[in-house]
Design a protein around this ligand. Sequence first.
Ligand SMILES: NC(=O)c1ccc[n+]([C@@H]2O[C@H](COP(=O)([O-])OP(=O)(O)OC[C@H]3O[C@@H](n4cnc5c(N)ncnc54)[C@H](OP(=O)(O)O)[C@@H]3O)[C@@H](O)[C@H]2O)c1
Length: 359
Amino acid sequence: MKLAIALGQRQLGLTWPNPAVGAVLVQHRDDGPVIVAVGATQAGGRPHAERVALAVAGEQARGGTLYVSLEPCSHHGKSPPCADAIIEAGVARVVSAIEDPDERVAGRGHDLLRQAGIAVDVGCMAREALRAHRGHITRVTRGRPAVTVKLARTTEGFAGVSQGPRLMITGEAANGRVHLMRLHADGILVGIETILRDDPLLTVRLPGLAARSPVRIVFDSTLRLPQDARVVAGAREHPTWVLTAPDAPFHAERALVDAGVDVFRLPGNGAGQISLPHALAFLGERGLTRLFCEGGPTLADALARHDLVDELVLVTGGSGRGRGDIPALGPALQDRMDELALVGEEQLGSDLFMFWEKP
Ligand SMILES: NC(=O)c1ccc[n+]([C@@H]2O[C@H](COP(=O)([O-])OP(=O)(O)OC[C@H]3O[C@@H](n4cnc5c(N)ncnc54)[C@H](OP(=O)(O)O)[C@@H]3O)[C@@H](O)[C@H]2O)c1
């Protein structure tokens, strides 16, 4: 099951709107168990992990045990249900980590297998599977993607500087680690001030992985996004969505659309800005399961105020140059810290990553 979960996790960021599932097919032979096939959900969500593993196993699936990180599907979507394929392949036992809360499945996949005489065990490494499938589960149960906020801060706790050159907080190894986190997201989110101040590219720039850049999403209530911003210049190669408020100027929208940017007008929050709960529900409807918010502190704090932060990655840069004056943690995020559990730490050079999440 550990392998099944890991296989699925490798596909995170590629499979939305579907979950990234892993499957491992094992035959119990006289000299012990043997893995005969593995599979993971493919890009775009099809084929599903079970079908990939069954296709590799062929006749060797008969009488075997299939480990899956999420309940096999039971509904007729673009392809017939995986539960049917498992039954047809003659699998004897299915070990499933968790039930799929998607209302089209919700236990029916396991039921179909049991009705066909297959032994089904549910709950193996459930905790790990719940974490791995947090994006899918949040989307089907709350109608929005799961949100990871990442903030880098100086040892004094600052995320940026209001005047003068950009504050460089972390070193090369830490920046590479952040790119690795980006590729496991479906969308990268920033507020417009981060674009205006830093002009980031928001792509994955790791060797061989550039094609895995997520959708870039900018929250920009009045369409201040300049034509010469790097995210606009590259909008035809990397999908770039700008979310804006109802009254944003139409000429600015036209110019951005002409440059290849997708502009979406969403309900306002009564203060002239985009309503964050509506925005996240919209992104969930578009199929995104995991958002990686890279700032800045204002947007991160606004998300915390609406209880929309599921995971927090705080990077304390020991290699930073310059002094900041914009605090990384706003008041709402500070208040929410009590609700988050520290689940891991990683030291990369002189930079410390701390991973927090909702239990
Ligand atoms: N250390 C880090 O991890 C990190 C990361 C990113 C940025 N930074 C630094 O942070 C600074 C920029 O900070 P920032 O916090 O002002 O930028 P930000 O969070 O990227 O942008 C804030 C803007 O987002 C827009 N927005 C749209 N809807 C919103 C809503 N519902 N709630 C809140 N904001 C909404 C608002 O502008 P409109 O009202 O015009 O839409 C708001 O002013 C820069 O110095 C940058 O270098 C640091």
